[in-house]
Design a protein around this ligand. Sequence first.
Ligand code: SF4
Length: 488
Amino acid sequence: MITAAMLYDYVSCEHRPWMDLYADDSERDDVSPFLELLWRRQRAHEEDAIANEEALRLDEVDDGMRVAKTLEAMQAGVPLIFHGRIVAGDLAGEPDLLKLKDGKYIPGDIKAGAGEEGDGEDAKPKKRYAVQLALYVDVLERLGFSNGKRRAFVWDVNDEEVSYDLTEAKGKRTPESLWDDYEEALREVREIVAGTRNPGPAYQGECKHCVWYGACMRRLEELDDLTLLPGFGRARRGGLSVHVASIGEFAVTDPGTLIDEKGKSLVKGIGPEWVHRFRERAVLKHTKGNPYLREALYLPEAQTELFFDIETDPGRNLCYLHGFVERRDGKERYEGFFTTAATHKAERESFALAVDFVRSKHPFVMYIYSKYERTWWRSLQERYPEVCTRAEIDALFEDSRTVDLLAVVQASTEWPTNDHTIKTLARYLGFEWRDVHPSGFASIEWYDRHISKGDTEAKARILEYNEDDCVATRALLDGIRSLRLREG
Ligand code: SF4
């Protein structure tokens, strides 16, 4: 059967359904405590959402009976069905909700996340939610319980009902709809299920949190796969693999052969400048060369340097730690402002203390890795305007005062690594985190344990991890400063 969960996974990674169906289970990594936390949160959110609704609950009905019970309930016109199971042909779906409207059913899911991605006018439906909802609509159409309008909904983490119009064009210049995405994903997953298609692994951000990480990485290394070049990805591999199959092959290819006489790239999805740049990355990786500067680099200097990193829990929409390492006169000291409860009052307090700390350090240069800290401080300023003004936040994150080292890495350096994350680059430079499993996701699970069970060890672990993230940023800055300009 093709399930909605398979389509969701396919949208996140085309290879995931193949691994779930055909890979040897012994190669599966352990499920991380963070993933378990997400599952617990999802279940708790569903319970909260349905608690005050008059719904027919089918979640405790035996799996073997659930299809028949759902059909029976729809035939009887039950207004709201929770956790039914619907099946037609090779499609099977378990919509969290089936809502009766004008004698027909509209499916919906309950999600412990935002119903859309992006904010305000830029907000748009999430494709991975849409393909699941579309499968439910498809099954209802085949069973004769759909009103034919191809609409569905999500009850999201903010207790809002977000409507999904699956047939609407995505934009003025994009006539395709989410239904088209669904049909494409369904066609491809059908081929995977039939065993006629194996998309193959491709290294991407999601991999590090996937249960198949170990297995896929072994395969990618064996293949010397092109997606092990920083920033490359599956789509670019599709374009380049027509010409070369591996990093080694790319490294010994004259990039001029991939560009025509008019200077146009022959590689689908990669412009001429990037053909050269990725080829340089391939050479560096293949020859295990040293990282280098692509261009002369100016980094501001100051007697006081701050290395800043925050910890946040998007599920709670909460910033729970602002951490700084201050370096002055060759000495380093860590300061962390911890949100002692998962409340707005506590979040406001830690934010205000962190802002006061920064104010007390002028003049300084601050280093961050990505725009994440700026984005969060802007939204905290909107949430707590009495703490500081927007102008103060904007001035703090001006280029002359705050340097985003990720932007520096991407624009001006090359590394013989798989990616440009701070973990990868700082480790390449010899820095090691004290924790055995350091990650932002793990830190969210530790915070949850600290808040729900008063686990003080978990709090200590968060502070240590955050301090190490700040020190890693410092190690990276020093590493970048020591890089040589590339030859030629
Ligand atoms: S490890 Fe990466 S490539 Fe492999 S299934 Fe998971 S997300 Fe896909």
